[in-house]
Structures are given as structure tokens and as C-alpha cells.
Design a protein. Structure first.
Length: 580
């Protein structure tokens, strides 16, 4: 079988050279007329070896899919095949490519010209050495004219290797979801012993590699190889196609367009160089159908049921996050100064170019649902200011000493109790409530300034695109599960937000020092929807994923959780179901 010919159009697309000096790993584009299937090879004696990180597929459309692997040796010719059957008796596409050390021995092929709404099997092999990969399973999406009744998505984010076993990936692999959406924090950049490390890390041999915070290209590559060595993650990639976007930890904590909280130029050098290295490694292990640069926003059409718009709220346009510390001094909190910055009309999260693109995609879509896949919470999380200030104190104590003080935890418990009583009286219309009491629950501030709450003006612009459409936003990032109504400043409901918990990263129960007393965490889950107007549901302490079954008529969402990430034996439980 001869090497597939790459014409000029395919070469330009497969090069994927990024603007702004960002290099993205090449994706070989294979059209139906590129392949020569006439020559049959003797495939006897193939052994699964040297494809140590399994196989994966990404970015399915109605006519194409990207298939991926990594081989142990460079400058070696690898054959790839796509078949309709697991025995590969009906191979419909195949080709050859040379493994290149410049892409860390990874190989990604975008196979085009496939039939819609179909299942396929794929594999890679080196016939000269009789090495083969495991067999991967994948699908193409339904075309608009295909008669499909529903679409099932599994939504995940935040997989921290030292924090626990990736049981959630295995659970998704075994589910009947059509596609896995990964909303970011696929890896974490921290050094061993830092965030996510716990008493089980050493026992499971899950300390981060390399033995440092990752900064260089080879650092990021080694970290991806460590994560992709996990058998549960390999299983999820083998069984399901992924649609992904990056969040901050693929680069560094709380990334924005030209910096990050966890990047110190004085000791770690240029942030742009670090970002360039991080995104190159990302593209080598998570190839995306994005064109030629870092604008990873893109749309996927699942027949006439839903249009999925994957967004970037992290890298390309985000202005630096606001920080309450910058508005707190010896005289207390400067509310006026904070609000002036908060309502600055020029602050961006997505940016005008991406917003304009999204408007075009949503307005031209004929699907029943418009679904936004993105990183951070979009619905308002406005909490009573005194509650927030105590939370910030507790988080500062944990960051400084490793634990929260008994005084701060006691103060939090006391304030929560008082605020719940006042809010309940307010809901019942208690005429004896004083103005001071009302102010305690109506004086609110955004809980998370790294989320859309820190970019309120641009959020209203996005909400204006949602009016008159059936919109659902999917989010990750927080390590907790949420369900909220999306309301404009004037109170109009423009959609619903469903946020997934984490694969393994610890949630708010750890941030607030409640992990040793889950009773307090469960109590907080009960009172937060009462104190936060747009919030209907929260789970603060379980690891899991979100499962959504869409039809033209509606959507059924299930928050599915594993009972442990500290044992290879686990059970899956659905703890919340909603129907929209």
C-alpha cells in the first residue's frame, strides 16, 4: 500500500502552524480519495505493544473523526485503519504515516468522507515489527437529515492525578453516552506534594511527574504521558470520542491572556514561552479540529437535536481576574472601588471576535437546542457579603497553615444559620424584618471572580444572544456540581446551566476545611440554594460526571457520582435528576 498523497490543500491544513508563534502539532488530513486500499498486507502475528498510551478519537462530525495514538519509536512508518467491524474484515479507510519526534511520537489523522451516524473501529500497527495498538471505537455524528430521537453526552472536567483514581473516566467509558465532553483541567501543572496530594497519593504511586512544576515543553509532555498512562483514562478514550477545550491548569492556575496566578516571571521566565510550550503539548495529545491557531472555539451539529458550541473563556481574550484582596485595606472593603472595576464595560472573557462568531453560529443553527460547552460557571453566584468574607478568611487560613481555625469555622456556621433564618422570614413576607436584617441577605457579592461573575458586562452581551432560543450551558472548573437558571440583570430567564463535578480534584469541602466533617458540607449544600437566588442544586463533595440525554422535546440530566476515588472498586450512583 503506497503512502497517501497529500495535496497542497491537505498539506496546509495538516501543518496547523499557529499565528503568534504558537506551534500546534500536525494533523494529517485524509480524504476518501487519498487512500489506496488495493494492496493487502500480511497481518499475522501482530502483538499489542509499543503503543503504550492507547488510542483515542476526537472531534467527530457527520463525516469525519480524528484518530490518535503514540508509538514508542520515532522515524517509523505506522499504518492506520478504520473499519466497520471489530475484526477488520471490512476496512473502509487506511493509510500510512511516519512517527515524528517533533510531535513527541504522537500521530493524529483526521479521517474524512465517512458515513454519518455510524460506528467505526480503528487501530494502528507497525507491520515490520508486528506491533499493534488496541482497537478503538468511535462514531460519526448524525447529519441533519438523519432520523435520530436523542443524543447522549457525558460531561467531565478536572482530573488531578495525585488526588485519586480516575474511576469516573471508567464510569463514562461504560455508560451509553455517545460522546464525552471534557471541559478542561485535563492535567494539572503543580509539583509533587502540592495541590491534590493526599494520604493516598504515595500508596497509589500517583505523585506528579516530572518532579517539579511543569514549565518547559518536555515537562508538559511528560505530564501528559503520565496522565495518559492511567488505565481508566485510556479506556475512556478507547471507547468514546472526546470533544475537548482547555482550561487554566493545562497551562497554570488561573490563567488569563497574558499571565497566570501560578506563574512568576522572576523565577519561571516568560509566560508566553510557557504558554507556547503548554499548548503545543496539548495539541500533541489532544488534537482538535480547529484550523491553524489557538482559537479553539468551534461548533458540532448533532442532527436536528442540538448544536454544540465549544468556547474558550480562558486563554485568547480573558483579562486578568479581579481580586477582593486588592480592594481591602485597613479601613475594610472598598465596595465602591470594587464595583467600578467590576462594571468596567471593557473587561473581556470571550472577546468580541468569539462573541461575533458565536452569534453567527447560534443564529444560523436549525437545531432544537443550543448548547454552550465552556469552562467556568456562567450563572450568577451572588452570595451575602458577610458569608463571602468569612469564606475568604477560611481559604486564606488553609492556604497559609493547611487548615481553617475553629474560630472561623464557628463564625461561618453561626452566620449561615442567621442568614438562613432571615432569608426564610423574607420569603414568607415577615413584616417584622428590619432593614438591617434585609441588608444582610440582599447585600451580595460574586462568589467566584474567576468565573463569569467576574465579567458581568460581557455576560449580559452573551445573554442577549440566548434570548428566544432553547439554551443550555455546560461548565466545569469548580470541582462541584451545580444547576442554575441563567437570568439577565432584569430577571429574564435565557437558559439553564448544568455544571459537572470533577474527575478527582477536591471540591469546596476541601477549600473550606470541611472534608473531615461531611455533615457540615451537606448542610451547606442545603442552604446555598436558599441564599443564592439563581441556584437550584449543588453537590460540594462528590466526584463524578454529568450525563445529559437530549431530544427535540427536552433534556434529562443526571449527576452521576462514584462513591470513592481511593479504591479501584467503586459504585456509581445518580444523586440528582432534572428534566427541562
Amino acid at each position: 500500500m503506497k503512502q497517501p498523497q497529500l495535496n497542497r490543500r491537505n498539506f496546509l491544513r495538516s501543518s496547523l502552524l499557529a499565528s503568534g508563534s504558537i506551534f500546534l502539532a500536525p494533523v494529517i488530513v485524509s480524504c476518501s480519495n487519498d487512500d489506496d486500499n488495493s494492496t493487502q498486507e500480511n497481518l499475522d502475528g501482530l502483538v499489542i505493544r509499543n503503543f503504550d498510551y492507547g488510542v483515542a478519537s476526537f472531534d467527530p462530525t457527520a463525516s469525519s473523526i480524528i484518530i490518535w495514538t503514540r508509538y514508542a519509536k520515532a522515524a517509523v512508518e505506522i499504518t492506520w485503519q478504520v473499519a466497520k467491524d471489530i475484526a477488520f474484515k471490512e476496512v473502509i479507510r487506511q493509510g500510512k504515516a511516519t512517527i515524528n519526534a517533533a510531535s513527541d511520537n504522537t500521530l493524529a489523522v483526521e479521517v474524512q468522507g465517512l458515513s454519518s451516524n455510524s460506528k467505526f473501529y480503528y487501530r494502528f500497527f507497525n507491520n515490520s515489527l508486528k506491533d499493534t495498538s488496541v482497537i478503538g471505537e468511535t462514531i460519526t455524528l448524525p447529519a441533519f437529515t438523519d432520523n435520530v430521537s436523542n443524543v447522549k453526552l457525558a460531561v467531565a472536567s478536572c482530573s488531578n492525578y495525585p488526588a485519586g483514581l480516575f474511576n469516573v473516566y471508567a464510569a463514562m467509558a461504560k455508560s451509553d453516552a455517545d460522546v464525552i465532553l471534557h471541559l478542561g483541567d485535563y492535567i494539572y501543572e503543580y509539583a509533587p506534594g502540592q495541590y491534590g496530594t493526599n494520604a493516598s497519593t504515595a500508596a497509589f504511586n500517583r505523585a506528579h511527574k516530572p518532579n517539579r512544576e511543569i514549565i518547559s515543553l518536555e515537562d508538559y509532555r511528560e505530564r501528559y504521558r503520565q496522565y495518559r498512562s492511567d488505565v481508566n483514562l485510556q479506556l475512556a478514550h478507547q471507547k468514546k470520542p472526546f470533544i475537548c477545550v482547555w482550561d487554566d491548569h493545562e497551562i497554570a492556575n488561573d490563567t488569563y491572556k497574558d499571565g497566570a496566578e501560578n506563574h512568576q516571571p522572576e523565577t519561571e521566565g516568560s509566560f508566553e514561552a510557557r504558554k507556547r510550550a503548554a499548548l503545543q503539548a496539548y495539541s500533541e495529545f489532544i488534537p482538535l479540529k480547529t484550523g491553524k491557531d489557538t482559537r479553539i472555539y468551534r461548533s458540532f451539529d448533532f442532527g436536528n437535536i442540538l448544536s454544540l458550541h465549544m468556547l474558550d473563556t480562558r486563554v485568547i481574550a480573558r483579562d486578568k481576574q479581579l481580586n477582593y484582596k486588592d480592594y481591602t485595606n485597613a479601613n475594610g472593603f472598598d465596595a465602591n472601588g470594587f464595583m467600578q472595576a467590576y462594571m468596567n464595560p471593557n473587561r473581556q472573557l470571550m472577546g468580541q471576535e468569539q462573541l461575533g462568531w458565536l452569534a453567527g453560529q447560534m443564529n444560523s443553527s436549525k437545531a432544537s437546542w443550543q448548547v454552550l460547552g465552556q469552562q467556568v460557571l456562567m450563572a450568577k453566584m451572588l452570595v451575602p457579603a458577610e458569608f463571602l468574607m468569612i469564606v475568604n478568611t477560611i481559604m486564606a487560613e488553609i492556604e497559609k497553615t493547611g487548615s481553617a481555625s475553629a474560630a472561623s469555622l464557628g463564625a461561618l456556621q453561626k452566620v449561615i444559620g442567621e442568614l438562613v433564618v432571615i432569608k426564610t422570614r423574607m420569603i414568607k413576607g415577615d413584616p417584622t424584618l428590619t432593614e438591617a436584617e434585609k441588608a444582610r441577605v440582599t447585600t451580595v457579592l460574586p462568589y467566584n471572580l474567576d468565573a463569569w461573575d467576574g465579567y458581568a458586562v460581557e455576560r449580559e452581551k452573551l445573554y442577549s444572544l440566548c434570548k428566544g432560543k432553547k439554551v443550555m450551558t455546560l461548565a466545569g472548573d469548580t470541582h462541584n456540581a451545580w444547576y442554575s437558571q441563567m437570568k439577565t440583570q432584569t430577571g429574564d430567564i435565557v437558559g439553564y446551566e448544568l455544571a459537572t463535578s470533577s474527575i478527582s480534584s477536591p471540591g469546596m469541602e476541601t477549600y473550606l476545611g470541611l472534608s473531615n466533617d461531611m455533615t457540615q458540607a451537606r448542610q451547606l449544600e442545603q442552604v446555598m440554594p436558599l441564599l443564592i437566588d439563581e441556584l437550584d442544586y449543588v453537590n460540594l463533595s462528590d466526584r463524578g460526571y454529568l450525563y445529559v440525554d437530549y431530544s427535540s422535546a427536552g433534556a434529562k440530566a443526571e449527576w452521576r457520582f462514584v462513591d470513592t476515588v481511593f479504591s479501584a472498586t467503586y459504585a456509581v450512583q445518580t444523586k440528582k435528576t432534572i428534566v427541562i
